[in-house]
Design a protein around this ligand. Sequence first.
Ligand code: ATP
Length: 274
Amino acid sequence: MEEVPHAIEEIKEKMKTVKHKILVLSGKGGVGKSTFSAHLAHGLAEDENTQVALLDIDICGPSIPKIMGLEGEQFLEDNLGVMSVGFLLSSPDDAVIWRGPKKNGMIKQFLRDVDWGEVDYLIVDTPPGTSDEHLSVVQYLAAARIDGAVIITTPQEVSLQDVRKEISFCRKVRLPVLGVVENMSGFVCPNCKKESQIFPPTTGGAEVMCQDLQIPLLGRVPLDPHIGKSCDKGQSFMIDAPDSPATLAYRSIIQSKCVCESCEFTWRRGQKVI
Ligand SMILES: Nc1ncnc2c1ncn2[C@@H]1O[C@H](COP(=O)(O)OP(=O)(O)OP(=O)(O)O)[C@@H](O)[C@H]1O
């Protein structure tokens, strides 16, 4: 037990070279959290002067190595580093069946023992829900100050319901909510450009929920089947389809963050919600 406060101090020291730490959360699985985390990392790293690190703590289902086209390697570009438990498995098909303490130990090792170097943004992709991994990363980074969480949802009530739980978790552990991204939000037909709602928002979608909870809606990313194709190839969809509505949505979300060097990072300054 004595070990945890000690590790928190060590991690605080290690994180001195990491400017911003952003957790990516979702209530439900399969809503596009890892895809968003990967594209946030790609998008931020397009500026070659920005150092980005992507840490995948979805220990039982690490999909970041595949999405980033890194099965076996740990670095992508000079300014974009990736770490995942997926790199430690002998085969991508290996199952990780770990209890809480072992997961916590792995997260501690990732944060404390990886040589992160000078990093502008550390993006942490988490498993769905609120479990050991979330508590652990929040606890270990407690003294190192996390900027906040971005929460990914689809427009359906079944996903939004779990987002409310996620927000309640954030409030309990005093993790600021930077905002919500509504993913798979409408489908723009590539031929006629008409938008249809594949997953209709029965309760008003993320927009109404964000208004109710006074949380920023960072943007909406439409459904595009080519996103899955790019991810399967380990490529950035933003490079593969630079003019698509989904790319424009990713870019608008990424660009809306405050880039001012001197100010304290918030997605939209002054709107950080605890
Ligand atoms: N906007 C989108 N349009 C179309 N497909 C998408 C979109 N976003 C994500 N996907 C696809 O949805 C599937 C689930 O995405 P992803 O693995 O990122 O979800 P996740 O929330 O991280 O899931 P889990 O938490 O279970 O790991 C993937 O096949 C991905 O390619």
